[in-house]
Design a protein around this ligand. Structure first.
Ligand code: CUA
Length: 405
């Protein structure tokens, strides 16, 4: 390696860029830390081409602004100094009708606006077109959760591969996220991977994100959408392209396991599919899909790979906490997550379209059977996207411990 050249590359200019970047990263981390999430999110993650583009556009715009600021300040102080009263006892010269001055005063701001516009339009032209070879992921947002589906991956058991609240993407490839909403407006925002895009009912908008670095990234809904807006989170897990392809292939072949007769999973499966009509407990299958079973509901998040996931309640709980909260969640979802539309199963009341209703009743044992069935919905080991994935922005960038659900 030519050390001379590398010495030059790390010259004073590089140091300044690093300094600016450091400030942006620190400010971003300080401002945007989620209170409950274990993860930092930053606007200045340079592993994403989107963030690099925005960073360098900002550097140019800020540099330009500094030049203007220094110029204007200099002119101001020079004028004050030069035209102090003690130096100029005569009446000041009048410049009304000075055409040259007026032309300059109009031309300079126009020039500034043109330069800033060129910078902005140039970045938009680079970021907005989605390349033909982009990996397409469809993001459906609802109050208050996400479904991420892969239109190119038709499941052997029917439908397309879909995962609730945890999105998987390849690294070093542009990813076109097609974003829509099933109810009110939401917004897709995973700052380490790119900017934010509104999710609007009835329209699909495509947003390009990317990263060079494998790992788990934090995402949030970023448009106020109701009681649990702040609890409408998601994870994006970026895998090396080969591992991503394995995930997609295995997920497409996946069929939910058939529980052994007489097991807790089997009892849970029956309750999941049929509910318990005698107590008014609705079937989970009415609202949730599980690939390879008759459960094909679309009103709630897809549960096909629930056992592989490490978050619960759209990222409200993670790891060991998600594990601990599963039964309380099943017992009374709206009780632990404001605005959740899932009915409680402990007899508590809940609201549907403003009407107070009484939830069905399941026993502790029955809830635990459903939990056992949900935990059994695991992708095979080679498709477990959490395995060895560093959690970006967490202390030590290590995967959360105890996440076994
Ligand atoms: Cu969905 Cu805020």
């Amino acid at each position: 390696m030519n050390t001379n050249q590398s010495g030059r590359a790390r010259g004073p200019g590089g140091g300044r860029a690093l300094f600016v970047r450091g400030i942006l990263l620190t400010a971003g981390a300080a401002l945007l830390t989620g209170c409950q999430s274990n993860q930092f999110i930053t606007l200045g993650d340079m592993a994403s081409a989107y963030n690099r583009e925005i960073f360098w556009m900002s550097v140019w715009a800020i540099a330009f602004s500094i030049i203007i600021f220094v110029g204007v300040s200099y002119a101001l102080f020079a004028t004050v100094r030069r035209f102090r009263e003690e130096n100029n006892s005569a009446e000041p010269a009048q410049f009304h009708g000075n055409n040259r001055l007026e032309v300059v005063l109009v031309a300079v701001p126009v020039l500034i606006v043109i330069v800033l516009s060129v910078l902005t339009v140039r970045s938009m032209a680079r970021l907005n077109p989605t390349p033909e070879n982009a990996t397409v992921v469809s993001a459906l947002s609802r109050q208050f959760w996400w479904n991420f589906s892969y239109p190119s991956a038709t499941a052997a058991a029917g439908g397309v591969v879909t995962n609730g609240n945890e999105m998987v993407m390849p690294t070093r490839n542009p990813v076109a996220v097609t974003i829509t909403s099933g109810d009110v407006m939401h917004a897709f925002w995973a700052p380490n991977l790119g900017g934010q895009r509104n999710a609007t009912p009835g329209t699909e908008k495509t947003w390009q994100i990317d990263t060079d670095r494998p790992g788990v990234y934090q995402g949030n809904c970023s448009l106020l959408c109701g009681a649990s807006h702040a609890n409408m989170r998601f994870k994006v897990i970026a895998l090396e392209p080969e591992r991503y392809n394995t995930f997609l292939r295995v997920a497409a072949e996946y069929r939910a396991p058939t529980p052994a007769p007489g097991s807790a999973e089997e009892r849970g499966y029956q309750l999941f599919m049929q509910g318990k009509p005698s107590t008014g407990a609705l079937a989970c299958a009415a609202c949730h899909r599980v690939q390879g079973t008759p459960a094909n509901g679309a009103a709630g998040p897809d549960l096909s790979f629930f056992g592989t996931r490490r978050t619960l309640g759209a990222g409200m709980w993670e790891g060991a906490e998600a594990e601990r909260m599963l039964i309380p969640w099943l017992a009374n979802s709206p009780g632990v997550k404001p605005g959740s539309l899932m009915p409680p199963y402990n007899g508590a009341t809940y609201k549907v379209n403003g009407q107070v209703q009484k939830g069905g009743v399941l026993t502790e044992q029955e809830l635990s059977d459903i939990a056992a069935y949900l935990r059994s919905l695991r992708l095979p080991e080679e498709a477990d996207y959490w395995r060895d994935s560093p959690v970006i922005g967490s202390a030590g960038d290590a995967a959360p411990r105890g996440g076994t659900q």
